[in-house]
Structures are given as C-alpha cells and as structure tokens.
Design a binder for this molecule. Sequence first.
Ligand SMILES: [Zn+2]
Ligand SMILES: [Zn+2]
Length: 396
Amino acid sequence: MPGATDTKPTKPLKNPCNLCQSVRAILKRPKTGQQLCKECFFHVFETEIHNTIVDNKLFNKGDRVAIGASGGKDSTVLAYVMKLLNDRYSYGLDLILLSIDEGITGYRDDSLETVKRNRDQYQIPLLIVSYKDLYGWSMDDIVKEIGRKNNCTFCGVFRRQALDRGAIMLNVDHIVTGHNADDIAETVLMNILRGDLPRLQRCTSIITNDTSEDSSGIETSKILRSKPFKYTYEKEIVMYAYFKKLDYFSTECIYSPNAYRGHARVFLKDLEAVRRTAIVDIIHSGEALSASVQANESTKLPTMANCTRCGYISSNELCKACLLLEGLNKGLPQLGIGHTTKIRRMHEAANLASGLSSPVSLSSAVADGSAEEKVKVVTHIKDLGQLETMPTLDSV
Ligand SMILES: [Zn+2]
Ligand SMILES: [Zn+2]
C-alpha cells in the first residue's frame, strides 16, 4: 500500500481504562484497584448493586419500597440508584422517600432541605415524620434535658421506631437504607469486640425485620429492611456522588458521636489502607460466624410480644422507646440506658403504674411541596482527598 509507511502509528493511549480500553482512566477504583474511565465506573458501580438486589431477591414486582433518606451521601446515592435501576431493569417498584426529622437545629433542618430537592430532582414522593410529633420530644429538647452524653441512645431507638411508623403510614412493605459496606464491617467489628453474637448475626443479614442493631433492647418489626449497599464501599459512594454531581448534605450530626464506633471506623480505615479487600473480608467473616451462631440454640432471640403502651413489637412489657420516654417524662432520663437488669430495677422503682400518655400521635407530617431554592451541587473535595484518583481528576 503506497504511503503506508508514512502514516503515523496511532499514539498509544496513556492510562487506558482497564475495561473499555478506549478512554483514559480518570480514577482508581477503591474496591479493586482497577483504573477506570467515568462511564465504566458508573457501569460497574450500578451493576454490582443490581446484582446484589437480584442475587438476594430483595424485592418482588409491585412492592412499595420506602427509601430511608437523610440527605447524606449514602441515602442520596441510594435514592438515585434505586430509581435508575428500577427504570433500567423494570423492577416494578413503587418508590417513596421517607425522612425522619429528629429536631436537631442546624443539622437536620438543613439536610431535610436537601431531601426535598432530591424529591423534586428524582420525582419520588416524600414523607417526613418528626420525633416531636411521634414522641412529644425533639432531639434538641432531649439534649437540653439530659446533656450530650447518651443522647445517641435515644436518637437510635427513636429513629428505628419512627422509620417503622412512617412506613406504616405509607403502607409500604419494605424499607431500604443506605448502610454501606464500611458501616456493616464496623458493626461486625463492634459486635465481635462486644461478644454480641445475636447482633452479629443480624448486622450481617442483608435483609432483616429487626429494628435494633446496636442499641440495647431487642425489638423487631414486621416491615422488612434491607441494605442494597451491603457490599458497596463508602469511598465509591463518595466518588459516584462526586462524578454524578449529586446534591447531598455532608455535615456530621452536631450531637455527640458514637465513640466506640469511631474507634472501629479508624481501625477499619487503617486496615483498608494496607489491604483494600479488608472491608469485604470482614463482612464475609461476619457472615461465616453468623452461620455458626445460627446453628447454636442458645443464641435464639427472645420471643416477641407487643408493647403494652404503644403496641410496637417488643420482647418486654414496654418497648425501648416507651421506656426511654418514661424516663424523660418523669425527669429520670437514665431510666432506659444501660443493662436490662438495671433497667428493670429502675423501672420498678419508677413505678410504672402511673399512666403516661402514649408516644404515638401519628399526625402525618407530609412535607410541603415548595422547595424552590436553586439546586446547589455540593461536592466534597475533603472526602475525595482520601481517594486514589488518577492525575486527571484535578481537571474534572
Ligand atoms: Zn472505560
Ligand atoms: Zn411502646
């Protein structure tokens, strides 16, 4: 062929994407170390979640599914991906956003504005239920009463029940939450360190009907819960939100963080830094341990009945939320905190016979449809700082 020798050979692509080979890679995938282009990263990220959903048979066609939405990165990405996969693979799900307003000024009020924007952006209806309506106490009120110590106990117990009560209002059969692989690996570590085998079992299940994983007091609910991000790395969720320019809220809760979880988290990140599969390895270890726990009769969960005050499912006469409310309303906020035997003694001392009002005042708090603010894309370079990205990330 004349002139063929004059043709310049095509310049080899610098840092080609490991999957498509046709575009430059712009990121290094935290979970596998693969160097990928943006589109291939989106594809593998979404497909892995789809596979998790299908392999575990999380949903049936026609299910009404509430997405627990806080406005944070995990639940924002979850809402986006659930909608996308529901459309792409025709799951046939009826999706609804469900948010809890704990009543934390300067934190939840701002993050709920983000959820309202997500409602408009993704065209998914939203229900907001508040602690104040459900229990008569906001977290601000509770912290004023009990101080900053232990308030997470109240918040955790109240949130789980509030999600269930919201789900009942919405008549949904299933709640999905944005718990990611890092969260689950942390919980596995914490339960191993505490020797809490029943909770170890439940925290590794992708689908449960329990409402309490890390607070004292075991309660279950009939509404299914699942974690489609069970194997999704937190760093990849941050990366996905960043490249998709999703609108999320990134401030940490202003009230005291869980110190024990904080240590587990730091430990986990250290392990991940030397071995990227550490997170998923710990989850698999948790699953293997759970399987052996399951075979052991002595770790069976207590039989369930209903709370005599509010009707919520509980293994005790009063559910955990009613016990905590009892303490708050009587000015004995320590009542529901601590070991069960100690609780029972204090419980008796506090003389439960006196009739206190039930926490359940299910006045609906459907969010108003007016979120006209300009959509602001919040990206978090700080979060991305710890990610392994290719040099071209700066130019994105
Ligand atoms: Zn590619
Ligand atoms: Zn109750």
